[in-house]
Design a protein around this ligand. Structure first.
Ligand code: IPE
Ligand code: IPE
Ligand code: MG
Length: 255
């Protein structure tokens, strides 16, 4: 019987698969966490903010360089108006309250998505938070808000067509490299590890383009229960994977 050789990441002195540089998370299950406790759904969202704080801290300790969190999808506007407005308020409070901590920890914050639909006050807070952390060189924390993977791709296509109309006359263009700079996570390597909490096993229109070769990890934990040990478990699982990118196991092992 043929057995695949164990993976040894080339260039890693310990001979171990390195941890993920970029982790992307669908933070799901806030509502169910609350409902289990006979609390209103929004209580779960408030608890979810604490889980974000714990997860960011733990990611830094694991030397994660990029952490991308799905906070609000283009589809989430369909929720009851009251829930949407609580989410927006939580977002604003978190931006105001957490900024000092982000600065102290050298974390750079970036928000991606169609921000034009947000209240101008929230848009201003986002701009402020981004500019006040722009000089930081530690973890790049990207929050996806009013984001959708399809929106991201279409938005990039529209911008590309506007800025480089000449490309359609060049054979083979536009190509992937032409489009890449216009996508939301342009200067960020693609996610190595995708985590979704809450038990559902779907992408829900998160990073469609960028996750072509991302390792997927699902946990039944509800987002408010996520934290350092759950992240450690996900990373340990990731380090047991063999990333082949279309090649054979033997090719991967020989570098
Ligand atoms: C994720 O938790 C948070 C957002 C989508 C904003 P949910 O609110 O989706 O929680 P469940 O899936 O209903 O439990
Ligand atoms: C995905 O969660 C979006 C966020 C976590 C922000 P949803 O709860 O909206 O996903 P579905 O509706 O179950 O697919
Ligand atoms: Mg959900």
């Amino acid at each position: 019987m043929h057995s695949e050789p164990a993976v040894v990441a080339s260039g890693d002195p310990a001979g171990q698969v390195p941890g993920p540089r970029h982790v992307a998370i669908v933070m799901d299950g806030n509502g169910r966490w609350a409902q289990r406790r006979h609390l209103p759904r929004v209580a779960g969202h408030a608890k979810g903010v604490e889980a974000v704080r714990r997860t960011v801290e733990a990611a830094v300790r694991h030397d994660v360089e990029y952490l991308t969190l799905f906070a609000f999808s283009s589809e989430n506007w369909q929720r009851p108006a009251e829930e949407v407005s609580v989410l927006m308020r939580l977002f604003m409070t978190a931006l105001q309250k957490e900024i000092a901590q982000l600065r102290a920890n050298g974390i750079r914050l970036r928000v991606v998505g169609d921000l034009s639909r947000f209240d101008p006050k929230l848009q201003r807070l986002i701009e402020q938070a981004e500019s006040r952390t722009a000089h930081n060189t530690g973890l790049l924390l990207t929050v996806a808000a009013n984001y959708g993977g399809r929106w991201d791709i279409m938005n990039a296509v529209r911008t590309l067509l506007r800025e480089r109309p000449d490309l359609i006359h060049q054979p083979g263009h536009p190509d992937e490299a032409d489009l890449a700079p216009f996508l939301a996570l342009a200067d960020t390597p693609e996610p190595d590890l995708f985590i979704r909490t809450g038990g559902e096993q779907r992408i829900s229109n998160f990073l469609l383009w960028q996750m072509a070769y991302t390792e997927l990890y699902f946990t039944d934990l509800f987002w408010p229960d996520f934290g350092a040990s759950a992240l450690a478990e996900a990373i340990a699982d990731f380090r047991r994977r063999e990333r082949r990118f279309g090649r054979t196991g033997a090719q991967v092992a020989s570098g």
